[in-house]
Design a protein around this ligand. Structure first.
Ligand code: FAD
Length: 305
């Protein structure tokens, strides 16, 4: 099993993988507390950045800003603010971007987004709005010298006719000023490497960082994966089968599945990972430890406080 092959040695601090973490803005006091516990737990891993999502159609605008602001004020972590252009006028979006720059935010994850009515609703850019993610990226780059991340879809975006059409959009985002792409979550690493080959064959050379989703609830993940166009292999269903009422075993299986995926990517040359944390630290923390990160013997600099 790949897990046994790669074990960063105690002295091997230079070649350690780089990671980033994604969180969503909390809706309630209780969720706020659990988010900040997770952030505190994961801070010693020293992520390159931590990103904060923007709810469908900009529905979490204020909460996203508040979370990013708190990260800036209370931690030494580097925040990346997700921003979508769906359902908003250019000038509103530009104002948010300029405000982020003023606050000290230097990294934006720029997305078209889904309409507030949900992922199933057809996308129609409104007059006066940025028309897609590439247009948004170019707009952000015109405002200030941001680090800009964008999305990538190894299994193609559900609205896209072909993977090549998706790569056309990725190219347009790179032309607009994107510095890296973060992929939609996937479970079959061969799919990621096939996509990477096609992207590189088109001459796109920005990092294509794999987005890793440790599975917390298998059934919920499956319905989300279906909407996103992510294939869930049959072997995963077998591993989680019958564990609905057995959270401890489910957690162990989830850790093993995600660890196998990440270590296999590492063995095949990937050195940067983006984790969809779902605001939960345990699984991600454990996987990062397997990657050799977060050891107290290493001089970690980024942390909360
Ligand atoms: P784009 O890159 O503009 O488009 C994706 C693909 O869809 C393109 O390749 C294009 O070929 C195709 N496409 C787009 N429009 C059309 C069309 N009209 N007809 C045919 N094909 C089309 N959503 C949020 O609301 N908030 C977030 O914070 C957020 N964060 C995300 C982070 C990551 C890393 C990823 C991968 C996704 C995230 N999303 C988020 C989801 C994203 O907003 C949706 O997938 C949305 O549907 C597309 O946005 P995009 O920027 O990926 O679109």
């Amino acid at each position: 099993m790949a897990l046994l092959k790669t074990r960063p040695s105690r002295d091997d601090t230079a070649g350690l993988p780089k990671v980033s973490f994604e969180f969503f803005p909390p809706k309630s006091e209780a969720m706020e507390q659990s988010l900040w516990q997770s952030i505190e737990r994961l801070a010693p891993i020293s992520p390159t950045f931590v990103s904060v999502t923007y709810g469908a159609g900009g529905s979490t605008r204020e909460r996203t800003h508040a979370t990013v602001n708190r990260l800036l004020e209370e931690t030494r972590l580097v925040p990346a603010a997700h921003l979508t252009c769906v359902g908003a006028q250019r000038n509103e979006v530009d104002e948010i971007v300029a405000n982020y720059w003023q606050m000290g935010v230097r990294h934006i994850v720029a997305l078209r987004g889904d309409p507030q009515s949900g992922m199933d609703a057809a996308y129609e850019p409104e007059p006066g709005a940025y028309i897609n993610a590439a247009d948004l990226v170019a707009g952000i780059a015109r405002i200030a010298d941001f680090d800009i991340s964008v999305s990538a879809y190894p299994e193609k975006h559900p609205e896209s006719a072909t993977v090549e059409a998706d790569i056309d959009m990725l190219q347009a985002k790179v032309d607009g000023g994107a510095h890296r792409a973060i992929t939609q979550f996937f479970f079959d690493n061969d799919v990621y490497f096939r996509y990477l080959d096609r992207v590189r064959a088109r001459g796109i050379d920005i990092p294509i960082v794999p987005g890793i989703l440790p599975v917390v609830h298998f059934d919920r993940m499956c319905s989300f994966a279906e909407k996103c166009g992510t294939h869930v292999p049959g072997w995963m269903a077998d591993r989680f089968d019958g564990l609905d009422n057995d959270p401890e075993t489910r957690q162990l299986v989830a850790a093993a599945v995600a660890a196998e995926q990440v270590i296999d990517l590492l063995d095949r040359g990937v050195d940067t990972f983006h984790f969809y944390t779902m605001n939960k630290a345990d699984l991600v923390y454990a996987i990062c430890r397997l990657l050799g990160l977060g050891r107290t013997g290493l001089l970690q600099t980024s942390s909360t406080g």
